[in-house]
Design a protein around this ligand. Structure first.
Ligand SMILES: *[C@@H]1O[C@H](CO)[C@@H](O)[C@H](O)[C@H]1NC(C)=O
Ligand SMILES: *[C@@H]1O[C@H](CO)[C@@H](O)[C@H](O)[C@H]1NC(C)=O
Ligand SMILES: *[C@@H]1O[C@H](CO)[C@@H](O)[C@H](O)[C@H]1NC(C)=O
Ligand SMILES: *[C@@H]1O[C@H](CO)[C@@H](O)[C@H](O)[C@H]1NC(C)=O
Ligand SMILES: *[C@@H]1O[C@H](CO)[C@@H](O)[C@H](O)[C@H]1NC(C)=O
Ligand SMILES: *[C@@H]1O[C@H](CO)[C@@H](O)[C@H](O)[C@H]1NC(C)=O
Ligand SMILES: *[C@@H]1O[C@H](CO)[C@@H](O)[C@H](O)[C@H]1NC(C)=O
Ligand SMILES: *[C@@H]1O[C@H](CO)[C@@H](O)[C@H](O)[C@H]1NC(C)=O
Ligand SMILES: *[C@@H]1O[C@H](CO)[C@@H](O)[C@H](O)[C@H]1NC(C)=O
Length: 896
């Protein structure tokens, strides 16, 4: 439901006034957007990889409203509309985000006026897709208000509704990607491209298309000069139902043509589409007729072929026999749905494709002596071969001297093929081989001569082989090895111990070793280094096993370890955690299994070079010195505690982590996180919280407002919102909402103070209004009287001197009484002895009479009016009375 803005404000105000639960209000208004300024390091979605300043808004119903909280200097924005939304994309929807470079909109709008993109002067890349990938959205698009656009991606929008000149109006368009745009006819796309001059790349991906002859007037297909100048055209087409002759003629060249035909003769289809060059053909066919393929390769100057087929026919006619000599790259892939039964004659393959740089063969049965006979008869055919991949193949064994003639091969991948037998000298002749990957085979024993001849090898991958036996010096040939991956050591059960002696198997440990993985799978391992070699580079060591015991921890080789990754219950040396012996380590990852024997992990505080630390599946509750474990780690930038058991996290742990920028917390059990935990983390920028389960305690209450309000640290939670955060009550059974616990029990917070202040203010306001209504007319006199009083009092304080204590205003007809009675009583019979001012006695001669009166009134502290019948009849007396009243109202006029 959409709540109008005004109503929202009124409700917000009402809630603010009426109840202290303001944090509910904020979450209820919570943004649909997440903003990430820097997400490197912790894996979030791949969309963000390497990008900075990204916002993602999901289930949006009103773009302006839902994006309100985002910073305006955003560079990358993804807006995913609500599934049921089908409104207009309003004009100026994004005009706040003038810096935006990359905009992605997912949703079906009823209308998108060109003004919708107003203000996006810096957008270079725009993506428009639908949420539902089954249908096409039916809306006209116009990008003329995006002056910098160079890259445009449209998917699941009906192209035929776009104006014919839609792409011409984008002056700098260079890359155009159309994916599933509901083409009924190829003309739909070709006619729209006719005048787009700068286009470098055009990619069309549509599954069900009929390639019908285009009929726009701008093309005259009998005239080759109407070709596009597009450099790269990628066509990824599904089932071709029908092709009109010359359908793609205007393209001239294709860099990639990917299509699927059930028709056995795909060559016939190719001849129809009308182009004269295709760099790469990628096809899904039932039968691959190599003869046809070679004819086509010649015709279209094909350089690269990638075919997926059910059966392959390798027999050649004279026409095809020369055609495949220019192909550099082939991938031959047999249908994945079948057993691996199809035999492929490697000898024939390399006879046909005699100039290959790269060959990949998947899912075939190979004969091992085919390679031998190839080397015997056509050694020059594999001279150029640099990469060879043989994956998921069936072959009995790799016999000796089998690859003799592959003299330039640099990479050989013989993987996932269940090969168990490698004869001695099997790799002789591969003098330039840099990488040998034998991942996921059935190699069980390795002998001194298995790898003879591989002097240049840098990478040897023997992962996931059930290795039972390694003869000493088996790896002695690899003087320049840098990456060595070995596993899973699975020595026979009667050997109680799997013991790997590194110096024994190498003879001399290669100085350039920089990456070592050793696994004993589910069994324990004893590792002996047996050498004090130090390496040229820092070593990245990854050890896996049930548990691992290193026998010679004092070996200097361990001081070369820069990255240590342990996947074992524990890795110890003389009953202590290995950490102590790898003082140079910069990155440490330890994934345990809640084992008790891990040793004293607090030695981690000696690894002062650490920048990354990840601890997983550890029981930190019974570590004696847990609180000092992270001390001294002043260079640590990333800390991840995943699935660790711990009771609480506080400031004593983090006091030295001054450089920490990224923190990941995935607690195993319920925890308390005290506010002091983040107090020292001054550089913290990013926090990832997953499966957070708190105790119901006010100690944790700070988290609610911290997550919500702090602007410096970006907090990403696996819980969809704060409201879903649960906490465990004292009885250790019930889980209740953490936010409601906090508001009910820990409410003396800022919200409450605000509430109290606003309530008091409201009360005063109401009282004032009511008073004004009912006693308003008395305000003005009351004000004057009061201010007179105040001023008078003020004057008294100033000890201002008056000439007289009182001015006596009387009618001269009453003079007798004044002189006889009043004067003696007030002036002489004191104390106090007052000085009176009488007009008959004290008025100054020669002055104007009104001036005299005024002066006397102002020179007197008080005015005494002798009101009698005579007084009321006298004009002068009424003047005096008025002047006295006037003075009463305005106060003394500064005269002395
Ligand atoms: C657009 O890009 C230019 C050059 O990259 C930059 O100078 C300008 O500040 C940007 N505009 C906005 C509004 O960020
Ligand atoms: C091309 O021809 C088809 C049918 O012959 C027609 O439906 C379509 O509108 C034409 N396209 C153009 C751009 O003329
Ligand atoms: C196409 O070009 C050819 C030769 O260049 C010309 O003979 C023919 O009339 C043109 N067709 C149209 C429809 O313009
Ligand atoms: C294999 O290809 C050749 C040459 O094109 C052809 O003569 C032969 O009939 C094909 N064999 C099969 C079984 O299709
Ligand atoms: C073989 O391929 C190389 C490039 O890899 C090319 O220079 C050479 O001309 C090709 N030889 C033949 C006979 O096509
Ligand atoms: C060893 O490999 C390095 C690169 O990893 C290379 O620079 C060096 O030349 C090689 N040394 C020898 C003796 O092959
Ligand atoms: C372990 O058993 C193998 C046969 O399975 C045998 O050849 C070997 O001598 C035995 N080793 C020991 C130490 O008993
Ligand atoms: C390596 O050096 C340490 C002392 O630094 C010594 O105890 C150890 O025996 C040496 N190991 C080898 C194999 O020489
Ligand atoms: C690291 O800190 C602990 C305690 O905080 C201290 O005992 C230890 O000596 C420090 N280690 C180093 C190498 O500084």
């Amino acid at each position: 439901m959409k709540i109008p803005e005004k109503l929202k404000m009124v409700l917000l105000f009402a809630l603010f006034i009426l109840c202290p639960k303001t944090c509910y209000v904020c979450s209820w208004l919570a943004e649909k957007c997440h903003f990430f300024s820097d997400v490197e390091g912790l894996n979030i979605a791949s969309f963000y990889h390497g990008k900075t300043s990204i916002a993602e808004c999901l289930s949006v119903t009103d773009i302006k409203e839902d994006l309100r909280g985002l910073p305006t200097n955003l560079l990358n924005l993804l807006v995913q509309m609500d599934l049921h939304f089908h409104g207009v994309l309003a004009p100026n929807s994004f005009s706040r985000f003038g810096s935006l470079e990359n905009l992605k909109i997912a949703g079906c709008f009823s209308e998108i006026p060109p003004e919708a993109f107003n203000g996006l002067t810096n957008v270079t890349s725009l993506t428009i897709t639908a949420l539902d990938s089954k249908n096409c959205c039916e809306v006209a698009l116009d990008f003329s208000h995006l002056p910098s656009l160079t890259s445009l991606f449209i998917s699941h929008h009906d192209l035929s509704l776009l104006a014919l000149n839609v792409f011409e109006k984008i002056p700098h368009l260079q890359w155009l990607y159309l994916d599933s745009v509901c083409l009924k006819d190829l003309s739909d796309v070709l006619c729209r491209l006719a005048n787009v001059k700068l286009l470098k790349l055009f990619s069309l991906d549509d599954w069900n298309i009929r390639l019908q002859y285009q009929n726009c007037s701008v093309f005259n297909t009998t005239d080759i000069s109407t070709e596009f100048s597009i450099e790269t055209v990628d066509l990824l087409l599904g089932k071709l139902e029908h092709i009109d002759e010359g359908a793609f003629k205007p393209f001239g060249k294709l860099s990639l043509l990917h299509f699927s035909v059930s028709n056995t003769d795909f060559l016939e289809d190719l001849s129809l589409i009308g182009v004269h060059q295709i760099s790469k053909i990628s096809a899904i066919v039932d039968v691959l007729n190599v003869d046809d393929l070679c004819v086509a390769a010649k015709l279209y100057s094909v350089k690269s072929v990638d075919v997926y087929y059910k059966t392959i026919n390798l027999s050649l006619t004279s026409k095809g026999s020369v055609g495949c000599k220019e192909i550099g790259y082939i991938t031959l892939e047999n249908d994945i749905s079948r057993e691996i039964v199809n035999l492929l004659d490697v000898n024939s393959v390399f006879q046909i494709f005699s100039n290959l740089t790269s060959a990949a063969i998947y899912r075939h049965v190979l004969r091992s002596n085919d390679f031998q006979s190839l080397c015997a008869s056509y050694p020059q055919n594999v001279k150029q071969l640099i990469n060879m991949v043989l994956q998921t193949i069936r072959i009995d064994k790799i016999v000796s001297h089998q690859f003799m003639c592959f003299v330039n091969l640099k990479t050989l991948k013989l993987v996932m093929s269940k090969i168990s037998v490698f004869e001695d000298f099997a790799f002789i002749g591969l003098n330039k081989l840099k990488e040998l990957n034998l991942h996921r085979n059935k190699i069980s024993s390795i002998h001194r001569h298995t790898f003879s001849g591989l002097h240049e090898l840098r990478v040897l991958d023997l992962q996931e082989n059930p290795i039972i036996y390694i003869e000493p010096k088996s790896f002695g040939h690899f003087t320049n090895l840098s990456s060595f991956l070995l596993g899973d050591l699975n020595f026979p059960p009667n050997m109680s111990l799997i013991k790997l002696h590194l110096s024994d198997i190498f003879g001399v440990i290669p100085y350039n070793l920089s990456n070592v993985f050793i696994s004993s799978g589910l069994r324990p391992m004893h590792l002996v280094i047996g050498s004090n070699t130090t390496l040229n580079n820092g070593l990245n060591l990854h050890i896996k096993g049930q548990y691992v015991i290193v026998e010679d921890c004092n070996s200097l080789l361990l001081t070369s370890v820069f990255t240590l990754q342990i996947q074992a219950a524990y890795m110890i040396c003389e009953n202590e955690f290995i950490g102590k012996y790898v003082p140079s380590v910069v990155s440490l990852e330890f994934q345990s299994m809640f084992s008790d024997n891990i040793g004293d992990l607090s030695v981690i505080n000696q690894l002062v070079h650490l920048k990354t630390l990840k601890l997983e599946k550890l029981d930190l509750t019974n570590l004696p010195n847990m609180d000092i474990m992270f001390h001294n780690l002043t260079k640590l930038e990333t800390l991840i505690l995943a699935n660790c058991k711990l009771f609480f996290l506080d400031g004593s742990l983090t006091k030295d982590l001054k450089a920490l920028t990224k923190l990941g917390l995935i607690p195993k059990d319920t925890v308390n996180i005290l506010q002091t935990f983040v107090d020292h983390l001054t550089q913290l920028r990013f926090v990832y919280l997953e499966d957070l389960d708190l105790y119901c305690s006010c100690d944790n209450a700070w988290l609610v407002s911290w997550i919500r309000d702090n602007r410096k640290v970006e907090v990403v939670m696996s819980n969809p919102s704060m409201q879903d955060l649960k906490c465990l009550t004292d009885n250790e059974v019930d889980h209740i909402s953490f936010v409601s616990y906090v508001t009910e029990n820990c409410s003396f917070d800022l919200d409450f103070v605000f509430f109290a202040c606003s309530s008091v203010f409201l009360c005063i306001f109401i009282v004032v209004v009511l008073m004004y209504k009912f006693v308003g007319q008395y305000f003005k006199p009351f004000y004057h009287i009061a201010s007179g009083w105040f001023r008078e009092a003020f004057r008294m304080k100033e000890k201002q001197q008056y000439r007289y204590d009182a001015f006596v205003s009387y009618s001269s007809k009453d003079e007798h009484w004044v002189i006889e009675e009043l004067l003696p009583n007030l002036e002489q019979r004191g104390p106090p002895f007052l000085r009176l001012c009488l007009h008959s006695r004290d008025f100054q001669l020669g002055h104007d009479i009104v001036e005299n009166i005024t002066d006397s009134i102002y020179a007197s502290r008080r005015t005494l009016c002798l009101v009698s019948r005579n007084y009321l009849n006298s004009n002068w007396c009424s003047v005096e009375m008025q002047l006295a009243t006037y003075r009463l109202q305005t106060g003394p006029a500064g005269k002395n």
